[in-house]
Design a protein around this ligand. Structure first.
Ligand code: RUB
Length: 321
């Protein structure tokens, strides 16, 4: 069913269960869910109305903890809410903010695709992991320009999002080979560039992406293969500027094995990891190609200087971005 037809609660459930997934998409859909909730739950008492929206926002934030896009989506949707003069004005604002956020997010991916394609060399053999809309868009664009010789895509256990990537690339006619996750080092000798997405970028330039990304980066570093990240600017986390760590989501062990078949065996299933900035050659954003150490400038550009002041940002974190 298309997300527009789902209830706000069903959208949140979809994000939690990963029928809606990928950092950009969960940000957009969380924003949409908040807008639909605001329409359905409209009430004239503005204090009560705002409290309801706040509480829905909190529920949305609890669905998946790692991608800051979810936080950016719902926070930007409520931007300026406390300054509204009436519930009608508040609803209008929520609708406009949400539409703008979603539109900007789609546009950002288009720009990243253009810039990413320029960065991909002629006859490139690429490697990607998991399923990133932004990375796939850049690869497809480069393919349309006749630049891509082959894409190696990791399977990405345990959820195998690599299956989505290989299908998307094959549908567009991009030559693609799927490999199992442990085969990355074996194949790295033939790779010209690693190109991946991101869920969150921390203030120190670290890239939080699908589990295993940091190992790929390490192997690319060992062989001097450029490691490039495609990420919209709302993936840079202002929260990490204030000392918050990026929470790494730990998912159900049953995604890895059936525990009943392995009695007495513990399972750890962290689904993201952090790649240190020193292994990252460039981040392709919609405002340009930047080094990971430029994270500070991006946050200031995206949220304004106020967000970096703790007292101001504590207000801003809730409703004033
Ligand atoms: C998806 C993942 C993707 C990023 C970027 O993880 O790690 O690489 O989210 O994707 P999951 P995009 O499947 O657990 O959500 O470029 O689409 O935002």
């Amino acid at each position: 069913m298309s997300p527009e037809k789902l209830s706000p609660e069903e959208i949140l459930e979809g994000i939690k269960k990963m029928t809606i997934r990928g950092a950009a998409e969960i940000g957009r859909k969380a924003s949409l869910a908040l807008r639909l909730f605001a329409e359905r739950e409209f009430e004239a008492d503005m204090v009560k109305y705002l409290a309801k929206l706040e509480s829905f926002r909190e529920k949305a934030l609890a669905t998946r903890p790692t991608a800051v896009t979810l936080w950016s989506g719902v926070t930007k949707t409520l931007a300026g809410a406390s300054a509204a003069n009436s519930s009608e004005e508040l609803l209008k604002l929520v609708k406009r903010n949400s539409e703008e956020f979603i539109e900007r997010s789609h546009r950002a991916v288009e720009i990243i695709a253009e810039m990413g394609a320029r960065r991909i060399p002629q006859d490139a053999v690429l490697l990607t992991t998991c399923n990133s809309t932004a990375a796939v868009a850049a690869i497809v664009k480069a393919h349309e320009q006749g630049k891509v010789k082959m894409v190696y895509a990791t399977e990405s256990r345990p959820k195998r999002q690599g299956w989505i990537t290989v299908r998307q690339l094959a549908e567009k006619g991009v030559p693609v080979t799927m490999i199992v996750d442990p085969a990355v080092r074996y194949h790295m000798k033939r790779i010209d560039m690693v190109i991946v997405g991101a869920d969150t970028i921390a203030s120190n330039g670290a890239i939080i992406n699908k589990i295993g990304t940091s190992q790929i980066a390490l192997i690319a570093h060992e062989r001097r293969v450029p490691f490039v990240v495609c990420a919209e600017t709302y993936k840079f986390s202002p929260r990490t500027f204030h000392g918050e760590m990026v929470p790494i989501e730990e998912r159900d062990p049953r995604e890895v094995i059936d525990p009943e078949k392995f009695p007495g065996v513990g399972v750890s299933n962290p689904v993201f990891d952090a790649t240190p900035a020193e292994y990252v050659d460039a981040i392709i954003t919609e405002v340009g190609i930047i080094p990971p150490f430029a994270a500070y400038e991006i946050v200031v550009h995206n949220f304004g200087l106020e967000i970096l002041r703790l007292e101001e940002s504590e207000k801003g974190m809730t409703d004033d971005l």
